[in-house]
Ligand binder design. Structure first.
Ligand SMILES: [Zn+2]
Length: 295
């Protein structure tokens, strides 16, 4: 676990996302949860030594950020309003997959998947639209809606620590997943992150970074938009665009795939390409990928 602020810690090397927590003078605030049950219960035991968990803030619906919620009952779960209705369907899709693979991939978690105490999903109950400020001890936490990687995407800005958690609006030096992204809103959100008074950015995956990396993240999105926009302009059909996505990713986004995601290495380019093909087509007549603004 790495300390990234005076009282802020993040776990970056386990499978799944980068979950984090902040120790305040009156309990702990968590951002996202460990993906694997055995990691989640160990985390809870360690964190509760610092005090009760006051809030658990989810940055997005994907299971690598939410599967562990069920192991943190008692914390008030916070999320952007559009996260609530999709929370369980998103998470269950991923959970089914994980349960099937657990005996081989994660045998220590099998009994926890089946444990009667941990069957409720524990989705968000404290919801916000644009922004919500929370207080715990002497700390404030600003939850800010920053759609992009997903629709309910949320950044958690902690002014007292000079830190922001962005979830998967930033993949630091590991491959970017755009499988359901709105790339134009994502670029706007990167500009909003730039305006925050922070020293450290905790990405959803990869190493904590500084604002310098925002340019690289924006560049990857622009290049995806530009390349897929060209194919749309040439009238290339969807299947062909998806096939080309698998090659394009090697030049657009040469970073390694993230933590224990090897199975996806050959599919992520196609998923990204498919989403951008559909998104650009939807916006035809307004803005095409080739005309996207340059940061
Ligand atoms: Zn993620």
């Amino acid at each position: 676990m790495r300390r990234v602020g005076k009282n802020t810690f993040v776990e970056i090397y386990r499978p799944g996302c980068n979950p984090g927590f902040v120790e305040t003078s009156d309990g702990v605030v968590m951002i996202d949860t460990p993906q694997h049950p055995i990691d989640a219960v160990r985390w809870r035991e360690r964190i509760e030594e610092a005090g009760p968990i006051r809030y658990l803030i989810n940055t997005e619906p994907h299971g690598d950020h939410t599967l562990g919620n069920r192991f943190f009952k008692g914390a008030t779960v916070v999320g952007q309003r559009s996260l609530a209705p999709i929370f369980e369907p998103y998470m269950e899709r991923m959970r089914t997959n994980f349960i099937a693979r657990a005996p081989n991939d994660d045998p220590d978690s099998v009994w926890l998947y089946e444990h009667p105490d941990y069957q409720a999903a524990n989705g968000p109950t404290l919801l916000f639209d644009d922004q919500l400020t929370l207080h715990a001890g002497n700390h404030t936490f600003q939850c800010i809606h920053m759609p992009g990687h997903t629709a309910p995407q949320t950044s958690v800005f902690i002014p007292d620590e000079g830190v922001v958690f962005t979830g998967d609006n930033i993949f630091c030096r590991c491959r970017s997943w755009l499988q359901e992204a709105d790339p134009w809103l994502w670029l706007d959100s990167l500009k909003a992150i730039e305006r925050l008074d922070v020293d450290i950015i905790v990405p959803g995956h990869g190493e904590p970074c500084t604002k310098e990396y925002l340019r690289t993240q924006a560049q990857i999105i622009h290049e995806w938009l530009g390349e897929i926009g060209k194919l749309v302009d040439q009238g290339v059909d969807e299947d062909e665009v998806v096939a080309r996505g698998g090659e394009l990713i090697n030049t657009i986004d040469p970073f390694p795939i993230g933590q224990r995601l090897d199975d996806w290495r050959d599919r992520i380019g196609g998923l990204n390409a498919k989403n951008l093909y559909l998104s650009i087509r939807q916006r035809e007549g307004r803005v095409t990928g080739a005309e996207a603004p340059v940061v």
